[in-house]
Design a protein around this ligand. Sequence first.
Ligand code: C5J
Length: 230
Amino acid sequence: MPAIDAEPYPFAFDPARAALLIIDMQRDFLEPGGFGEMLGNDVAQLRRTIEPNRRLLAAWRAAGLPVIHTREGHRPDLADLPPSKKIRGGGPRTIGDAGPMGRILVRGEPGHDIIPELYPQAGEPVIDKPGKGAFFATDLHAILQHRGIAQLIVTGVTTEVCVNTTVREANDRGYDCLVPADCAGSYFPEFHEAGLRMIAAQGGIFGWVGQSDAVIAALGQPPASLKGAA
Ligand code: C5J
C-alpha cells in the first residue's frame, strides 16, 4: 500500500477503498460578489485552494477513483432550515433571503452551485447537506458503504467549519480521513491552521493532514496487490 507523507505519521493509502470528498466549493462561498464576500470575508483566502483542488481532482479522476461533492444549502421552502440557523449572525440578510447570487444557500440558486473549475462530472454524487457536517441528514454514509469506502481524502471549505465537522463525523463512523492542507481553506488563516492542528493532534485524533502533491504522487503508484505482478 503506498504511504502518503502526513501528520502525525504516514497515511496507509488504499486506493481501492478511498474516495475524494470535496466539501462545499460553492460560488457563494468562493466567488467575488457572493454571500461570503457580502459578509465582509476575503474570498482570496478560499480561492487559493481552487488550483490545488483542480489538480488533485484531475489526478483522482484519471486514476478512476470515486469522487463525491457536497453543497451546503436548504430546500426552497426552507422547511429544513432550523430557526436558530436562520437568525444566526443577526444580519439584515440571512439564509433564504435574496442575495447577490440568488437566494442565499438555497438549492437551485446560482450561488449555491459548485464553482465551474471543480464542477461535478456525470456519475459523481453531489450531496446536498443542510448542516455543516456532510453526514448529518444525508445519504453519504450509505453511498460510501455501498462502494466499500473506508478512507476519505477530504478537501474544501471552510477548514474549521464544514471540513472539520465532516472529518469528525467520518472519524466517528470508522473512516480514516486525510486532509491535504493546501486543498482546504478558511476566511481566517489562524482558524485554518488551528483546524488542521486539531485533526492531527494527539496521534491523529480525527485523522491526518498532508499535502496534495503527496496524494497525487501516491496515485501514480501501483496498488500493493499489483506490485511484482508479471
Ligand atoms: C462551510 C460555513 N461550508 N462556513 N460553511 O464551512 O458556513
